[in-house]
Design a protein around this ligand. Structure first.
Ligand code: DMJ
Length: 506
């Protein structure tokens, strides 16, 4: 491996070609000579390509460790750490988010460094305003996945301790939690920007997977009770045209604003419905029905085709469509494919086609930019197709949703184009986001003049690099039969036999 590492050279110029029978050819200019590797099957290419991703992860981690260990994120241009105000005094978001990726990539030394930090320096006795959602998906999810992959009790006890600290957020008249919680005092309140003190669908709807595991591991039913009550409230209220608006009052239990989106503010609520059913080993019929009904309403009211033939999912504001898709909404290709797998008859093909079309549209949002990375939001109006029209929507912050859909589409269809598309992303990341000390987001995907935002998001290590790596692994590495990924790509085991406490990926 060492000699290959020295030989890698400029990865951004590497080309990966595959033909319909699955042959792969990788060409790249190494430091000393050009390489041209033609492989009769994926196995050799798998080694090469996954080797690249491991190097990328190591580079992202090493720089975080060097300049920002113990802070939440790395600022790769100024070479320092960033704390931010999302995690209420908790630190080390990148450490916790990176744990499972380091582990599955077999970056043993780096995993031990991360583990040691969690053991010795991760402080849970903090005061400050935390996002319930972010702490749950990154910290609780990250610790749970680390526990299930390694069997190390330390991860489990920290996950449980943190889970307990989130419970006061549910003390509202309806039991719908508020978005912000002080982890020290237990005081909770709604986001200042959320209209009329409302709670956000994608926030209170993205707790189920983690909370079921907290009950499983602690024996304490309270976690499951809290999330089952959320479901009860949602089932009780009327849905306009069968759609779920993004804002709900935790006091009255009524919708506050009729904005519906499968992107930001709504997204992972839908994801957690289908994944709750899968994680229950297909026993949670209620979650499946909620997912099926929601998707039916989305198909009926929000799925549209552009003049140029691109399928997209629009947003809905009180009955008026906004013909825009956020990068966040691009996870839905993967989600719909995952659900389609288990649909019956005609619907299976219909949903698989929809998933492929959405993933294709999201790929178009990448391929129509100069950097080959996609914007934060793209539109389908006034002659625009899959392109950002507003200056404020041209940025790319290392988000995973598009490669996430490539991974699911690959696993479920084995169409080689998804690996090809994943490879395009790798090359674009190397060319436009890699800087001297890590990876950075960019402010404008439509210019190749460097315009870095100086932030290496923790989800780049948790999700983007993990999904890319898995895209080039065999299907049995974190198989979709045995694992569900939480919305931060932390793998949680499927309840085949009462959640096997320790599962091995290798
Ligand atoms: C991540 O924290 C999660 O994927 C979440 O569901 C959405 N936002 C980021 C990545 O874009």
């Amino acid at each position: 491996e060492a000699s290959l590492e020295g030989e890698l050279g400029d990865l951004s110029e590497a080309h990966l070609n595959s033909n319909s029978s699955g042959q792969i050819c990788v060409t790249w200019k190494g430091l000393f000579r050009s390489h041209h590797v033609h492989l009769p099957d994926y196995s050799g290419a798998l080694f090469l390509t996954s080797f690249f991703f491991v190097q990328m992860m190591k580079f992202a981690w090493d720089n975080y460790k060097l300049y920002a260990l113990g802070k939440n994120e790395l600022r790769p241009l100024t070479k320092n750490g960033h704390i931010g105000n999302m995690f209420g005094g908790l630190r080390g978001a990148t450490v916790i988010d990176a744990l499972d990726t380091l582990y599955i990539m077999e970056l043993e030394e780096e995993f031990q460094e991360a583990k040691k930090w969690v053991e010795k320096s991760f402080d849970l006795n903090v005061n400050g305003e935390a996002s319930l959602f972010e702490v749950n998906i990154r910290y609780v999810g990250g610790l749970l996945a680390a526990y299930y992959l390694t069997g190390e009790e330390m991860f489990k006890s920290k996950a449980l301790e943190l889970g307990e600290k989130l419970l006061p957020a549910f003390n509202t008249p309806t039991g719908i939690p508020r978005g912000v919680i002080n982890l020290g005092s237990g005081m909770s309140w709604s986001w200042g920007w959320a209209s009329a003190g409302s709670s956000i669908l994608a926030e209170f709807g993205t707790l189920h997977l983690e909370f079921l595991h907290l009950t499983e591991l602690s024996g304490n039913p309270v976690f499951t009770e809290k999330v089952m009550n959320i479901r009860k409230v949602l089932n009780r209220i009327e849905k306009p045209q069968g759609l779920y608006p993004n804002f709900l009052s935790p006091v009255t239990g009524n919708w506050v604003q009729h904005h519906v989106s499968i992107g930001g503010l709504g997204d992972s609520f839908y994801e957690y419905l289908i994944k709750s059913w899968l994680m229950s080993d297909k026993r949670d019929a209620e979650a499946k029905k909620m997912y099926d009904d929601a998707l039916e309403a989305i198909e009926k009211h929000l799925v549209k085709k552009s003049a140029g033939g691109l399928t997209y999912i629009a947003e809905w504001r009180g009955g008026i469509l906004d013909h825009k898709m956020g990068h966040l909404a691009c996870f839905s290709g993967g989600m719909i494919a995952l659900g389609a797998e288990h649909a019956g008859g005609e619907q299976k093909q219909q949903h698989m086609d929809l998933a492929a079309e959405i993933t294709h549209t999201c790929h178009e949002s990448y391929s129509r930019s100069d950097t080959k990375l996609g914007p934060e939001a793209f539109r389908f109006d006034s002659g625009t197709e899959a392109t950002a029209t507003r200056l404020s929507e041209r940025y790319y912050i290392l988000r995973p949703e598009v490669v996430e859909s490539y991974l699911y589409m690959w696993r479920l269809t084995h169409d080689p184009k998804y690996r090809q598309w994943g490879w395009e992303v790798v090359q674009a990341l190397e060319k436009h986001c890699r800087v001297e000390a890590g990876y950075s987001g960019i402010r404008d995907v439509y210019t190749t003049t460097p315009n870095h935002d100086n932030m290496q998001q923790s989800f780049f290590l948790a999700e983007t690099l993990k999904y890319l790596y898995l895209l080039f692994c065999e299907d049995d590495v974190l198989s979709l039969e045995d694992w569900v990924f939480n919305t931060e790509a932390h793998p949680l085991p499927v309840n085949h036999t009462n959640f096997k406490a320790k599962a091995s990926v290798h």
